[in-house]
Design a protein around this ligand. Structure first.
Ligand code: ZN
Length: 404
C-alpha cells in the first residue's frame, strides 16, 4: 500500500472547538508518552491497555477514536526515542511541543466533491473544516483509485493521506541509467541500438550547501557566548537549506520520471547504501551525500506511485571500468575517461554505461539488449535545465538568478 500526504490549507481559521481538541490531543499524547516510558512499552495496543482508563477519565468526553489515535502517535514517538537511545544518541525525554492531532480514517468524513471535512469532537459536537481546493488537489480528490487514510490537523493546515495499492510496474521498452553526482545526474537512454547521453544539472545545490554551511559557521562564531541561541539559529538555517534543496531535487526527479514515463523506460540507479565519504571534515561536508540520497528517495517513491520499474545496482568500480574491453583503471580523476583500447567518454556518462551493463548482466532490465559501441557521442539530451527549472530567489543567494 502506497501513501501520499497532501497538504490542504483552510478557508478560515480553525473553529475554537477544534483548537481545544488539538490541545487535548497534545496533552493526551504527552501523557501516553510518559506512561509508555515508565512501563517500557511502545505499541499502540500496549499503550491502550496501559493508559486508556486513566486518560478516559481525564478526557471523559473526547471521541474514543481520537484517544486511540493519540496512543498511535505516542507509540511512534516512543519507538523513535528508543531507536535513538539504542544508537547511543543522548536525547531528552520526548514530548510533543507543537499543536497537532491525527484522526484515523474512520474518525472523520471528507466530502471529496466539495472539499469539506466533518470532524467529530465529542458526542453531539462536530466541526466543519472547509479546504481550499486547487487543481493540484483535485487530481487526488477525483481519483477514485485513491482511498483516504489518516488526517493530520495543524493550526493552519491539514494533511490528508491518500492511499492506493502499488500499481504493477510496466514492462519496459527502453532503459535509462543514471549516475548521480554532486552537481548533476548524468546518464544514458538506451532503446535497442539507439543510445544517447542524458544530463540533468543542479549546480546550485552544491552552492546552497556551501552557502548555508558558511552561514552556520558565522552564526556559531557570533553567538559563541550563547549555545542555546546558536543552536536554535543553526537549526532554522538547516531547515531552510533542506527546503531549498528538497524543492530542486523534486524538480529534477519529476523531469526524469516524466521522460521515463513517456518512453516506457526502466530506471537504473546506483545503490548509494554503503557509500560514505569519511576522510576529513572538509571533504566530508563537500561530498555530503544527502542531496543525492534524497533524490534517489524521491525518484523511487514517485516511480512506485506511477508504476515505473526502478533497479538499483552496486556502483563499485563503475567510474573506473572500460565498458568495451573491461579494464579497470586505478585512478578516477579527470573529466574524461580514457582507455588504452581507444575508448573515451565523459567519466560520468561512462559510469552510467557500466551501471546499465551491471543491471543487464544481473538480468534486471528484462530482455533488453545493450551494445555500448552504439553510443552516439555527439547527442546530449537535457532532462532538466536549472535556468528555467528553479524558482528565482529574490535575495540573490541563488547563483543562477543574478539580482538586478
Ligand atoms: Zn577499454
Amino acid at each position: 500500500m502506497l501513501v501520499k500526504g497532501v497538504v490542504f490549507y483552510l478557508e478560515s481559521d480553525l473553529p475554537p472547538e477544534a483548537k481545544f481538541l488539538l490541545e487535548d490531543f497534545r496533552l493526551t499524547v504527552n501523557n501516553a508518552i510518559r506512561a509508555g516510558l515508565q512501563a517500557r512499552v511502545t505499541s499502540r495496543n500496549a499503550l491502550c491497555r496501559l493508559a486508556y482508563k486513566d486518560l478516559r477519565q481525564e478526557h471523559p468526553r473526547m471521541y474514543a477514536k481520537h484517544l486511540v489515535s493519540a496512543f498511535e502517535v505516542a507509540g511512534s514517538i516512543l519507538r523513535n526515542h528508543r531507536k535513538r537511545v539504542r544508537k547511543g544518541v543522548a536525547c531528552r525525554i520526548p514530548f510533543v511541543k507543537r499543536l497537532m492531532m491525527k484522526a484515523e480514517n474512520q474518525a472523520y468524513k471528507l466530502d471529496r466533491k466539495s472539499g469539506v471535512i466533518d470532524l467529530p469532537i465529542r458526542a453531539g459536537c462536530h466541526v466543519v473544516l472547509r479546504l481550499i481546493v486547487s487543481q493540484y488537489h483535485r487530481k487526488y480528490l477525483d481519483d477514485t483509485a485513491l482511498s483516504l487514510g489518516s488526517l493530520t490537523i495543524l493550526p493552519d493546515r491539514v494533511i490528508v493521506a491518500f492511499r492506493k495499492d502499488a500499481p504493477k510496474p510496466y514492462a519496459p521498452d527502453s532503459v535509462i541509467s543514471l549516475d548521480t553526482n554532486e552537481r548533476s545526474v548524468d546518464g544514458l537512454f538506451a532503446k535497442g541500438d539507439d543510445i544517447k547521453a542524458l544530463k540533468a544539472e543542479f549546480p546550485d545545490v552544491a552552492m546552497i550547501q556551501q552557502r548555508h554551511h558558511d552561514r552556520r559557521k558565522r552564526l556559531q562564531k557570533k553567538k559563541a557566548h550563547d549555545r542555546r541561541i546558536s543552536r536554535e539559529l543553526c537549526r532554522t538555517e538547516g531547515a531552510r537549506e533542506h527546503h531549498r534543496i528538497d524543492y530542486r531535487m523534486h524538480q529534477v526527479a519529476d523531469s526524469i520520471l516524466k521522460f521515463a514515463e513517456e518512453r516506457k523506460s526502466a530506471i537504473v540507479l546506483e545503490d548509494l547504501k554503503g557509500i560514505r565519504a569519511k576522510r576529513s571534515k572538509e571533504l566530508n561536508r563537500r561530498l555530503s551525500m544527502w542531496p543525492r540520497r534524497k533524490l534517489h528517495q524521491i525518484i523511487e517513491y514517485k516511480a512506485q506511485w506511477k508504476g515505473i520499474p526502478v533497479f538499483k545496482v552496486d556502483p563499485r568500480n563503475s567510474s573506473r571500468t572500460c565498458p568495451i574491453c573491461g579494464r579497470v583503471q586505478d585512478s578516477r580523476m579527470g573529466i574524461e575517461f580514457r582507455c588504452e583500447c581507444g575508448w573515451h567518454l565523459d567519466r560520468h556518462i561512462n559510469a552510467s554505461i557500466n551501471l546499465l551493463q551491471t543491471a543487464i548482466s544481473n538480468g534486471m532490465a528484462g530482455g533488453l539488449r545493450f551494445n555500448p559501441g552504439a553510443f552516439q557521442h555527439d547527442v546530449m539530451m537535457i532532462l532538466y535545465d536549472p535556468v528555467t527549472g528553479a524558482r528565482s530567489e529574490p535575495n540573490g543567494t541563488s547563483g543562477i538568478c543574478v539580482a538586478t
